[in-house]
Design a protein around this ligand. Sequence first.
Ligand code: ADP
Ligand code: MG
Length: 698
Amino acid sequence: MTKNVPEIFGSKVFNDEVMRKKLPKDIYRALMKTIEDGLHLQLDLANVVAEAMKDWATENGATHFTHWFQPMTGVTAEKHDSFISPEAGGRVIMEFSGKELVKGEPDASSFPSGGLRATFEARGYTAWDPTSYAFIKDDCLCIPTAFCSYSGEALDKKTPLLRSMQALDKAAMRALKLFGNEDASRVITTVGPEQEYFLIDMEVYKKRPDLIYTGRTLFGSRPPKGQELDDHYFGKIKPRVKEFMADLDEELWKLGIYAKTEHNEVAPAQHELAPVFSTTNIATDHNQLTMELLKTVAQRHGMACLLHEKPFAGVNGSGKHNNWSISTDTGMNLLEPGDTPSRNAQFLLFLTAVIKAVDDYQGLLRMSVATAGNDHRLGANEAPPAIMSVFLGEELEAVLQSIEDGTDYHDKKKKLMSIGAAVLPHIPKDTTDRNRTSPFAFTGNKFEFRSLGSNDSIAGCNIVLNTIVAEALNEYADILEKAENFDEALSELIKSEIAAHKRILFNGNGYSQEWVEEAEKRGLLNLHSTPEALKQFTEPKNMEVFIKNGVYTESEILARKEILFENYYKTINIEAQTLAMMARRNILGAVLKFEKQLADTINAKKAASSSAVTSIEEKHLNRIAVLLENMQTRLEALEKDMEKEESMSDVEELAVYHRETIESSMHSLREVIDELERLVPLDIWPYPTYGQMLYSVR
Ligand code: ADP
Ligand code: MG
């Protein structure tokens, strides 16, 4: 069946086209103006918009509405209310008021607040973010909203993201004005997040409580074939997966999500989806929706979609690539080298600001991708190291070098003159995309931040990116606005900034041990684990950049840090409980059963005495007995470790304890379970193996 994609696209979105059609002209214009100016919606205006929204939604089958928001749990939240309103005579009408559109009052008490609720109000409210369109999902009109406490503290991921976009807008506009750029009235950041995931058959998924409770396998020995032949990457997509992808695309398109590229990834059963980029807050909303739809559509096709960063040990885990750029409302990409000297000078200033930001706030960027799941990937030779660095490609780095040295840049006879009249060499896109080992790579007209975990909201890293680049641009604007000779001051600034921050530039192999040593010499941070990374949040310099740019208040930072630590240790705690439960309840029993079978065979043979007991059987039995003993000891050790944490209450202490003690106890228990799995016959082993899971979809 052929699909009419343009007709499907955005069919479930209350987008600009629908608004134009459904709203009276003056109301439409007033709404657009409110959005552009970032003002609050007047109630009379909101009433008209709400009415139109409800009419459109009910025409499209919706019966309910919800304020859709992103609390700090990392997933989205919704509470459905129906449109019905009682009428005389036991009848109902469908109603939706402006008040209901702009503000909701969900009970905030069960969402993480990191202590903000204890010190402030117990209730929270949600407020419409009119820059992200309302949409229909499961017959429910979803209104994208920000979620705050009554005293205005952000309790979600959207509020600080919008604040950070504002900070960047202000700073970048200052910088643009310096170049005499008067056309643009707003600067936005754009993001295209590439999303990796695994698909396995629902039947095997259901048999693994570890996947159900924790999203990853807590044990499992490697199958004979993993990813070593590289035959899955970009390989032919299996029919069942293809059907899933087609269905998924359609669902995403209906929601106005520009799903564009779908392909197989490196590991067996691993795939990737890339959308066309959009503004950061919309890209963030869309990525949350994409993750949700990946799961529901997979289910419809009898499969489970695993979004965990490391569902299987021994094969690659999943990440997310945050392609990020800055552009004006007139469509000028500020991270794209231009055709004119002035555009190039401007490009160099923005480029330098990004380099400075990454160098000055390495700790914050590292923190923004720190989760229990991502700890399994970063620095494990499948994902960028835990060290932040910037890859520019040889050409651009040579340009910067020549600026620093004050020499001409020679490339096929092209010369780089003073910055004010810079002629940059054309930088072919493909020369910048080769180094896959860099966490932060310039790819022609954007930066690709590759350290994100597949399961994480992209809000976190974009809040940091926007804020730190805003800070750098403001610092530059402070200097340049005062300059008597702009060109000279600009040249001087870029030159000294390159010298000051070039330690963060690295074009080599980010996976190598030499880089770890070199980075240490350069004084770069290498934060191995989430607890180490999270501590960065409250470094004085890091707190200041958020507070100064109006992105977080001090109490919001402290609250968030608490939540992140809590989330980290609780995640590991659930894993430990799950592993102990699976080991004690089923694995132990299965191994005992096999042990008994072996013993019975030996005894039977002994009794029959005609055939002698072979040494193979006894050897096997002995090996099993030794492993069983080991397993029991290690399981008890883990259980004891888990009891000890009951005496701790400080979240940082708990986090470190889980990292250092619980994780290593889990690891040593896993080792013996994996060895047992290799010895016990499949019909006795109680759980699907890696091979059975990774090759379950045909
Ligand atoms: P490839 O990496 O396959 O060459 P692209 O470089 O075109 O593909 O894009 C990779 C991702 O980067 C896509 O999600 C794309 O939408 C996104 N992207 C492209 N340009 C920008 C931009 N200016 N801002 C943000 N994301 C972008
Ligand atoms: Mg990429």
